[in-house]
Design a protein around this ligand. Sequence first.
Ligand SMILES: [Zn+2]
Length: 104
Amino acid sequence: MATKNTKPDVAPAIRAFYLAGCQWTVSLSKDITEMGTCNPMTYEIVLKENMTQQAIEATFFHELVHAIKFTMGETNHDEREVEAFGNLLHQTFVQLWRVDTSKI
Ligand SMILES: [Zn+2]
């Protein structure tokens, strides 16, 4: 019997990650008006809870790009660039996480 890939979707799997030695936390909240926020003072990414899995993931990668830029010392972010970069990261990671190993 072929084994299905049991790797979790991206967003629920990520609760914390490190960038340049700083621990960032990721949480879901229904109390925010934006789809996501990235706070470089508290190293927190908060994602709106009541969105589709796809939207939560896409928003996570968008906020991750903000976190990376803050880590690089950039405080003035071009939202168009952040959105495009986040979408490309998302596309790449979806391929890495969701490969159906039963077809290999
Ligand atoms: Zn943004």
